[in-house]
Design a binder for this molecule. Structure first.
Ligand SMILES: Cc1cc2nc3c(=O)[nH]c(=O)nc-3n(C[C@H](O)[C@H](O)[C@H](O)COP(=O)(O)OP(=O)(O)OC[C@H]3O[C@@H](n4cnc5c(N)ncnc54)[C@H](O)[C@@H]3O)c2cc1C
Length: 403
């Protein structure tokens, strides 16, 4: 057997799982199709990841938090409050941090910094325990499992065997498909443009979700630029893909004016402060999370619409659940791919993620429907929610990570 656990994909989920399992006597392999340089030093990708308090704790436990802070002391920005707006109305439903028993609902940090820190933690764990092998520039081309092992063929022709195969190769996981697991996919027919914008007015560390008519805008507060002191936010603009492409290519000055107008000058003049990145919006719900000698984690287990900012948060949650099961089985000398272990993981992770997956898909559909009755319903729902403290407490608990 080449490995005890073979992970397909060295994105944040695959790397965090390898890190979480290191040191318990398991031989771990991670296969990644990208070259080493892209994993070692990931490029900025536009995403500021909103972390729940629970995820912040997981990142501390895995060592990622300290690494990021040591490299960039202002990398973590407080997400103090959140507000949701509908159409041109100035009314906003506000979720205040007071509802969460913390001085902020959560935290924001750039995705490429998470990925870099996860890679560095894997290297440190490998140095300490000599139990992780990273195979970069290699793609999982075929995979199947039988009673004795998982069998993987890489595109290079190399054959690998493991006691357990874990898919962490994105929401469109080819490994999951190879294992015969289907998925319900919802294509929202929209894409998102993400970038950093500087703006005149401070954001007060409030995140915005603004369901305008014909467009959705989100604003995620970042710390002021340490070099210039400029106020900064990650801006997310959701539109049909054909409407975003010209915006992605527009010259910087015109883009700044366009965004200032879309944000109705509410933060004053805005200026582009980074590269621009486009993402298609597709929610994915796999039919199963496990099969004999196989499990999915990260986006391969649940591919969330980003509007509720839970993809990586759920990724960390699933990793903690699976790693706990695997460590316990290993410590007890039991089979790490035992069917009841995998079934427990599937049950727990489904239970933790399915309600929010379905609610997110519903909200995203309602708030991107512009028919007059939907507009009225959207507005009524927000006003009702604003005056219904139990609902707001539930949203605050979701944002801060008490599921
Ligand atoms: C616009 C946007 C905003 C987001 N905002 C938030 C947020 O605020 N909060 C939050 O919690 N989450 C957020 N997310 C979700 C978060 O980014 C994802 O959940 C997370 O990046 C998924 O990590 P992953 O490792 O599962 O998958 P990925 O990051 O997709 O990594 C998969 C890896 O597998 C590799 N791979 C694929 N196929 C193969 C193969 N056959 N062989 C070998 N390697 C392979 C890929 O190269 C890649 O490195 C957001 C997502 C988007 C798109």
């Amino acid at each position: 057997m080449d490995f005890d656990i073979l992970i397909s994909g060295a994105g944040p989920a695959g790397l965090c799982l390898a890190r979480a399992l290191s040191g318990c006597g398991l031989r771990i392999g991670v296969v990644e199709q990208q070259p080493l340089a892209a994993i070692e030093n990931p490029a900025y990708d536009g995403r500021e990841i909103a972390l729940t308090q629970q995820s912040a704790q997981s990142m501390r436990d895995l060592g990622l938090w300290a690494r990021i802070e040591a490299d960039e002391p202002t990398a973590f920005a407080q997400l103090r409050d959140a507000k949701v707006m509908n159409g041109p109305s100035p009314f906003a439903m506000v979720i205040g941090h007071q509802l969460s028993q913390h001085s902020e609902l959560g935290w924001l940090v750039s995705n490429h910094l998470i990925r870099r820190a996860a890679y560095q933690e894997v290297c440190a764990a490998q140095q300490q325990h000599q139990d992780i092998q990273l195979l970069t520039g290699e793609q999982v081309a075929r995979a199947h499992t039988d009673a004795g092992a998982a069998h993987v063929t890489l595109a290079s022709g190399k054959q690998l065997r493991a006691r357990l195969l874990v898919a962490a190769d994105s929401r469109f996981s080819g490994t999951r498909r190879a294992l015969g697991i289907g998925a319900d996919m919802h294509d929202f027919g929209r894409s998102m443009l993400l970038c950093t914008m500087s703006h005149e007015q401070p954001h007060q560390h409030v995140a915005w979700e603004w369901f305008g008519y014909g467009q959705t805008l989100a604003l995620l507060p970042m710390n002021d630029d340490p070099a210039t002191g400029a106020h900064r936010s990650c801006v997310v603009l959701t539109l049909p893909h054909h409407a975003l492409e010209p915006l992605a290519d527009m010259d910087e000055a015109a883009f700044g004016q366009d965004l200032t107008r879309r944000f109705d000058h509410r933060l004053g003049a805005m200026q582009l402060a980074s590269t621009r990145h486009l993402y298609p919006l597709v929610g994915v719900r796999p039919h199963r999370l496990v099969a004999p000698r196989f499990a999915c984690v990260g986006d391969a287990a649940v591919g969330m619409h980003p509007v509720t900012a839970h993809g990586f948060n759920f990724g960390l949650l699933g990793i903690a659940t699976l790693a706990r099961e695997l460590r316990a089985a290993q410590a007890a000398g039991q089979d790490i791919a035992a069917p009841d272990l995998l079934a427990r993981y599937e049950r727990a992770h489904r239970h933790a993620t399915l309600p929010l997956y379905l609610a997110t898909t519903f909200v995203a559909r309602l708030y991107t429907t512009d028919h007059p009755p939907a507009r009225l319903l959207r507005d009524a729902a927000l006003r009702l929610a604003q005056n219904f403290p139990p609902f707001k407490r539930m949203v605050a608990a979701t944002l801060s990570g008490k599921h």
